[in-house]
Design a protein. Structure first.
Length: 255
């Protein structure tokens, strides 16, 4: 993925990693369209950052995705990058019957069906572009499980495999597939996580991510150094130790 000259749609970019990445990509010389559910928040972002466009979208709603895709493509026919950023992370205790199903279903709908539906809505348009990118967002927890977030872990593992497989299917086309693999980052993804001293500061994460995008334009996975502890436990042969460390302290949780 080239670092500038793109038209990029990022649903789920009204806060956290999504917003920070959107602003940096805008500053790098891209047309950025931010998607989110809250119209007042979208209006505030557009007012504070002239040149950024916004569209309302609820990635848990198939009809909303279809309507937003139609709107974005109509307003920005040169759109060539889709970043499937939107996601939720909720604690679940599967040993307590009846306590987890609602959260588990919501997580699957947002974190897995959302990206699938988004890609489906945009893929015909992206294939018609001379140079296009689908950027998925998995997690270090796709590779090492955090005990308190079983469905989140599972959806991010699924996103990783989806990314790997789509890369095979799109080989030889104009569409590349890039997987963003965040570690634990100081955002509001879970209550209090934005103040976690063991999580990676958001500005540091975005700085390193932008450097990777600029210096490694053909990277299949965007991995900052901090996520490699989780990403390569099996390859190093120390996965059991990784899992113990991860679950001994939530400080090593991935985004």
């Amino acid at each position: 993925m080239r670092i500038n000259g793109n038209t990029i749609f990022i649903p789920g970019a009204t806060s956290g990693i999504g917003l920070a990445l959107a602003l940096r990509l805008h500053d790098a010389g891209n047309q950025v369209v931010i998607g989110g559910r809250r119209t007042e928040l979208l209006a505030d972002i557009a007012a504070q950052h002239p040149g950024i466009d916004t569209v309302r979208i609820d990635t848990a709603d198939a009809a909303s995705i279809a309507a937003a895709a139609h709107e974005v493509i109509a307003r920005h026919p040169d759109l060539n990058v889709l970043v499937t950023m939107a996601g939720i992370m909720r604690a679940e205790d599967w040993t307590t019957p009846g306590s987890f199903l609602e959260n588990a279903e919501a997580t699957v709908t947002t974190n897995l069906l959302g990206p699938i539906r988004l890609i489906s809505a945009f893929v015909e348009h992206l294939l018609a572009q001379p140079d296009a990118t689908i950027m998925t967002v998995s997690s270090g927890l796709a590779f090492a499980p955090l005990r308190v977030t079983p469905t989140y872990n599972a959806t991010k593992a699924a996103i990783h495999q989806l990314s790997e497989t789509l890369r095979l299917q799109f080989a030889g086309s104009s569409v590349s597939v890039v997987e963003l693999v965040p570690p634990s980052v100081q955002t509001e993804l879970m209550p209090g996580h934005q103040d976690d001293p063991f999580a990676m500061p958001l500005a540091e994460y975005i700085d390193e991510t932008m450097t990777i995008l600029e210096t490694q334009p053909d990277a299949a996975e965007v991995q900052v150094e901090r996520v490699k502890f989780l990403r390569y436990g099996e390859a190093r042969g120390d996965q059991a130790q990784v899992i113990r460390a991860l679950n001994g302290s939530d400080a090593l949780a991935a985004n």
